[in-house]
Design a protein around this ligand. Sequence first.
Ligand SMILES: [Zn+2]
Length: 298
Amino acid sequence: MKQDKIIKFLAYDNRISVICADTTNLVEKARKIHDLSPVVTAAFGRMLTMTVIMAAEMKNNKDKITVQIKGNGPAGVMLATANSMVKVKGYVANPIVDIPLNEDGKLDVGTAVGHEGYINVIKDIGLKEPYIGISPLISGEIAEDFANYFVNSEQRDSAVALGVLVDKNGVKSSGGYLINPMPDATEEDLMNIEQSIFKAGAISKMLDQELTLQEIAQKITGDENVKIIEDKIIPEFECDCSKEHFKEALMTIGKEDLETIIKEDEKAELTCHFCNKKYDFSKEELENILKEIKTKLK
Ligand SMILES: [Zn+2]
């Protein structure tokens, strides 16, 4: 299987920045972990793809980005969070939504997500306060919602495309791109790009036809001489949870509640929302945690 990848390019003599992503494997992994229905796979896959593209823009090791989409559709809240190593994790409130295809015969992402609601982006980039941007949903189709977010919240004009191709075996292809003009971009550059994007067609189709990200960058910009700036970014769906992490969570629920769990259940099974991994705590382990809490309280 081909490896997922994000590549940064510059086109038109450095006047246009382009980030292209192939996220086929990571979206398939998310689909399997969360047992997502096809339309939710497409919706969440598009959001995960944009999240890793934005994570690839971050500069420092400890930077983090969290994206939340809260639409009024049946999928409910979707959340994704990624670090600067471009490891992403996330979940959807309702993983299984089964609705008819739209009038074009495609998965109806807009209806699953909802046509009203908002995108909320939190960037923790080492400043005192995290950056928070909120923007209303336009259609729930995700790509245009993000394009609108970039204009509204980050004051940057962008071309955004996100696509996930799903068949009965799972994710066939998934990817996206983000195009941003630099301050010296010309009207002609922008017109060329607009026409090239139109001609190029859907990103998921180009990936399915096994075009490389460089070929895709050439197609969507109309510039044969796109320059690769960075090509060693490998996005992955990966959770960083651990038993230690859940032990800390248990320590915060309070002495009385923990005593009740020990008395009534004699064990605890905790599930990570992000990756559905289960962590079992035996009676003995719970009693040790209780002891630790008591020592701390002294
Ligand atoms: Zn996890």
